[in-house]
Design a protein around this ligand. Sequence first.
Ligand code: PLP
Length: 812
Amino acid sequence: MDLRQGIGLRKLGKTADEFQQDLLSNLYYRRGTTVESASARDAYETLSLTVRDRLAERRARTAAAHYASNPRWVYYLSAEYLLGAQLEQNLLYSGTGNLAAEAVKALGFSLEDLEDLDVEPGLGNGGLGRLAACLVDSLATRDIPAVGYGIRYDLGIFRQIITENGQTELPDDWAFQGNPWEFPAPDDRQTVGFYGHTEPVPGSPDRKVWVPGEIVLGEPSHMLVPGYGTDTVNIVRLWSAKASEASFDLSRFSAGQYAEAVQEAVRAENISKVLYPDDSTELGRELRLKQQYFLVSCSLRDIIRRFRLRNEDWSEFADKTVIQLNDTHPTIAIPELMRLLVDEYELDWSKAWEITRKTFAYTCHTLLPEALETWPVRLIEKLLPRHLEIIYVINMLFLREVGAQFPGDQDRIRRMSIIQEEPERRVRMAHLAVVGTEAVNGVAELHSKLLRETVLDDFADLWPAKFQNVTNGISPRRFIRIANPRLSDLITEGLGDDSWLRDLEKLAGLESLIGDASFRDRWQSIKRANKVALAAGDPDSLTDVMIKRFHEYKRQQLKLLHVVTLYQRIHANPAGDWVPRTVLFAGKAAPAYHAAKDLIQLIATVGATIAADPVASPYLKVVFPSNYNVTLAEKIIPAADLSEQISLAGKEASGTGNMKLALNGAVTIGTLDGANIEIRARVGEDNFFLFGLDAYEAAQARINGYQPRAFYEHDAELRAAIDALGSGAFGDVGHRVASSLLGWDEYLTLADYRAYLDAQAQVEEAWRDRDRWIRMSILNTAHSGFFSSDRTVADYAARIWRVAPVPVPHED
Ligand SMILES: *Cc1c(COP(=O)(O)O)cnc(C)c1O
């Protein structure tokens, strides 16, 4: 048999009996155990392998189709992937849910029990990592040849425990018991250098030889990324750092110096040991820069290896390759590709620069100045000496171009330089990313506009066509089909089939069902059933959720002030006609972000005070489940009535939590920020509770000398809420939060407080008219189709990547 003709595989079982046979084979031959002694763990691992085999078969066909067509590839470079649990997703995408349920029952287990053993790989902090996961899902669903590259951190985002003492962090050793979803590929290992020095190459002024002072190995493993409703299976390839054999010091070991013998190896392997748990500030630690270069160096060599399987001529590289940089974390890829092309493959500088610029595209994810990455020149010089030289040349040539366009404008040159001079010399990674790429995009309309008008305005003057918007999206498979099966079934019934899962704009068809009272009733009963399943509070209360990372710009403090005011109002009038609410917070704070951790502790303490209060507790409950992650999000979102998206306008780049909640029929209360604006435009002004300053008013308020105390003094309810927090009843945290709000209030919480409470009053009025609320809920779902990441990927494919799908032939 010629294995290159087709993939030559024996068929995997399709019927329940055959599936069970495959499961048994895996139990015996791969897990090495028996039916009699199989533990739940054995059953979980065996089931996962059986499901994985079905995807692996599709993967083999995908690779054959890709190899045959030699297409243009999308390579997504991201320091984070927040993939979520794999078993349920892969059951759905392989269409084996029913077969699996039956088969594991025969082993004496329920599918739900086994799903509980499926640990999500927490290889990301929040929105940025989850976006990467949604985009790779949609790339496969759209049959686009793509590989996602990332780091296989041993320890993912910390596990969080909430008590009245606030947040405690525990290490997340997510693969401690093994991870059945990944395939190690040690043969594709790469060698990565650090430190050392450079030497000139006689007769070649552009080239240098870099002699690294430390060598680390990068070993890949990949996870399968199936498309939904198609045969394509792409991969995410994750790199682990390994010490080279030479780093074990046998002579020290023999001399009894055990710790010293392995210290070099430990240092090497620390590179992929832990995910940095900060999601919007950059600490500038050496190990972090090492992680970034490690990811980039391994991935670029792998990309080049793959290119050379089918191509020889470098002039085709940029036609066959587009590399998307997910934020600035992988930006060192720009000088790295230059180094590879110029120093190793001996292309001349201008040719290499043309290829490099055409190959990369950059997605910016922030507007916060503290989140814009810069690295000390000294550090790059020490760790990556050749890259610093290349960055200097790139900068010199770039500033010459600026000088030619804007003669004599020294100030502009200083602003645009890749090197910041004051107060210390640093490399501005966002500038490098704009200069070295063909396209730059923001992640929502407002964000892209503000990037052009503020953070990157000089660059937009120079290259207006380079700047684009691609509004973020979410995977409808994970965030409604898997998270909310009840609602998905109703939608499928209402629309006639489930093709909306691949074409989410079809949800608009729900609008015509709004007049049907029995449809509305079922919609409401499903929301109620989801609340019962969540078991967070009275299922008939208004379930008001704020779930996202803790950050002052997101303004959990504003929600807290609302809770305290409600509490005080109830106390002032216990017989009032109060709308019962369950306020649910979830989210982690960076371990070093003290103000955010204070807020978590204060919310937990206020929640406990309310719970112990017989007057308020019938109407108001605060719950704070620990350890917000994708798995928890999938439980909370289907139960939400009200979605809190209350960041200070101009600070949240897009948000994607807002999209997940709207898709599941939660109504948003929000500011004109990020994608909230686009959600409101689609679901309709009447189905969205808008409040607060807009981005321009917010910026202006700061310029005009914003005084939080003036708001405090003029608003008795606000004063009472802040006084209660600072009264001593909530200890030092209460004092710190109250005085931070009164002293500076960086994110204008007090300025928006009254507008927010007014909007919450409108929420309650709408809630009391239950029929009106259900209609609003249905309209939110019906008009969320735009926020599918399938649409996001189609936008990138058409406007930035210019790639076409490569269908994988279907086999029965
Ligand atoms: C979607 C998601 C986020 C992003 O939420 P935002 O509200 O957009 O900040 C963060 N964490 C998890 C686990 C998510 O699923």
